[in-house]
Design a protein. Structure first.
Lengths: 286, 272
């Protein structure tokens, strides 16, 4: 197909139109709106960088941003350790392997909104009940403090996503050639040395994929945040995505919310690009 | 002997972990069968008396049959459109080696970096001003948001399909569309399963976009209905949990029948 072929453009037309109308045009107009006093319908004034300056001093946005970063770091570490651990267990020659995979993966199929509601029940009711029966004070009042809300979100996300990254690690673990393992056994490498020097370098791309996926998913998380803590107590567990939605559709500050959205976009894009770049470089070195 | 004991230990650890993984589902289901007082008295144990009342009430209050139909319609139509349109676009891009084609492909890939919240506000207001916040627009939006990843995946798969096939089809008198539909598209079937799985899971569970586009117009999907329902019955956990259980059931049934394809689809989608 050539550029001037009608068929080339016909094949492209539906997705090209959709992506331009749904993604590109709103992004560009959004960028423009963020420099104005747009109220969702009309613009009466160009305000330059005012929204961004205001945003810089906005404690609520700053808190949400900081909370999102802390949450993402904790979530990435926990999810990937558990996910890799699960993958290492189920790739051994154990009988229940496929049953275990099915179970560990299951939470991924269910929406974040539903999972958040289920865990809200567990943290507030079941935890209290367990705490009462075995006498642990720390299990009372979960989700009512910032600390428990934070770990509640981390636990929920880990339970949900560990099975997902497990699938990714499994795919790479299974592609490690048997001969390499055997050769290292003959050379006298113990289990840990084999893992450190053969398996880890061989599955390096799995780390790229998993870290990238968990980072962007945790950073952009909304549904679980909404249904588990709804940002409470006192907006202290509110993440950036939720802050943007609230600013726009509860407080109706459209232009201001859009300036937050632009900062959010730049951050997400930058992290993603950086991580891909960094991991690609590392893969080559190994 | 040593090796077997190690495997046995791993097996036991694995099964224990699986139980831990299932505990949330257990708690949800058993408590959905309890009365309000029962939940308060004993959250962890089995119900003293199993009651179906919660399910009946939740089923009616959720308008479950209608919500299920809406979810099914939106998910199925959007996914089919995404599959066909993305495969066509990826085919065109992979068979055109010009600079323009590369630039367009790059634009699709770059669009994957744009989070939904970045475009959400202008998008909803623009469609709102045209009075087009409805189900058809929602499906169109899913095409816009879902196309990038799907095109990327199809593009990778198309590299493995030799262009000599296209030439052979052309000699046999196929036009471009026939070549795609009868020769290429069937060969892309494994990737279509992957693309389908990824999009179905995403669209079926999506909450934010439909809440902004079709909220309150009678075509609400399950997540939307569940959110309203939950708001009404805060602290009435017996009803809320019954509603959650009902909503999850179709997914679990689907998973039971298609778990091989689903897990394979997820693995392929993430790894490529």
């Amino acid at each position: 197909m050539k550029n001037r072929d009608l068929s080339f453009w016909l094949f492209l037309a539906p997705v090209l139109v959709a992506i331009l109308v749904v993604v590109i045009y709103p992004l560009l107009t959004g960028l423009y709106y963020s420099f104005t006093n747009w109220d969702g319908l009309r613009i009466s004034k160009f305000v330059g960088l005012d929204n961004y300056i205001k945003l810089f001093h906005d404690k609520e946005f700053g808190d949400a941003f900081w909370f999102t970063i802390k949450f993402s770091i904790a979530a990435i570490i926990v999810i990937n350790i558990i996910g890799l651990g699960l993958a290492l267990i189920v790739t051994q020659h154990i009988k229940t392997s496929s049953f275990l995979r099915t179970v560990f993966f299951m939470p991924n199929l269910i929406g974040g909104l539903i999972l958040g509601f289920i865990w809200q029940f567990i943290f507030t009711k079941a935890f209290a009940s367990i705490g009462e029966s075995i006498g642990i004070e720390g299990l009372q009042g979960w989700l009512s403090t910032t600390e428990t809300g934070f770990w509640g979100l981390v636990i929920l996300t880990s339970w949900q996503m560990a099975g997902y990254v497990m699938i990714i690690y499994i795919a790479y673990l299974q592609s490690v050639p048997e001969e390499l393992i055997e050769a290292s056994q003959i050379d006298g490498a113990n289990r840990f040395q084999r893992f450190r020097n053969i398996t880890v370098p061989m599955i390096a791309p799995a780390f790229t994929v998993s870290l990238f996926l968990t980072l962007s998913n945790s950073f952009k998380m909304y549904d679980q945040n909404l249904s588990l803590t709804n940002g409470g107590p006192f907006n202290s567990t509110q993440m950036v995505a939720m802050d943007i939605v609230k600013t726009a559709f509860t407080e109706n500050s459209m232009a201001y919310a859009q300036s937050k959205a632009m900062i959010f976009f730049v951050t997400v894009a930058a992290i993603s690009l950086l991580q891909v770049y960094y991991n690609k470089k590392k893969e080559v070195e190994l | 002997m040593f090796k077997n004991r190690r495997l046995l230990l791993l097996e036991i650890i694995g099964i224990l972990l699986a139980f831990v993984w299932l505990v949330p589902f257990y708690l949800m289901v058993v408590n959905a069968f309890k009365t309000k007082r029962d939940i308060f008295a004993d959250t962890l144990g089995l119900p003293e008396e199993w009651t179906w009342d919660n399910f009946v009430q939740a089923f009616v209050q959720l308008g479950f049959i209608k919500a299920f139909g809406n979810s099914l319609f939106i998910t199925a139509v959007s996914t089919i459109i995404i599959i066909i349109c993305s495969a066509m676009a990826a085919y065109a891009l992979s068979r055109n080696k010009s600079k323009l084609s590369t630039v367009i492909f790059f634009m699709f890939v770059a669009a994957m970096l744009i989070p939904f919240q970045a475009v959400m506000i202008p998008l909803v207001s623009q469609f709102g001003q045209l009075d087009m916040l409805n189900r058809s627009s929602l499906i169109f939006m899913y095409l816009g948001f879902g196309a990038s990843l799907s095109i990327f995946l199809y593009h990778g798969a198309l590299k493995g399909i030799p262009e000599s096939l296209d030439d052979a089809a052309k000699i046999d008198g196929c036009n471009k569309f026939q070549t795609f539909w009868y020769i290429i598209f069937p060969l892309l079937k494994p990737m279509s399963v992957t693309v389908g799985v990824l999009n179905v899971i995403w669209i079926w569970n999506d909450y934010l976009l439909p809440s902004l586009v079709i909220g309150g117009n009678g075509t609400e999907t399950i997540p939307l209905q569940l959110f309203f329902f939950f708001g009404q019955y805060t602290k009435q956990w017996h009803l809320a949990l019954a509603g959650l259980s009902i909503s999850i059931l179709p997914v679990i049934i689907g998973y039971f029948f298609a778990q091989k394809q689903i897990i394979k689809g997820i693995a392929d989608g993430a790894v490529k």
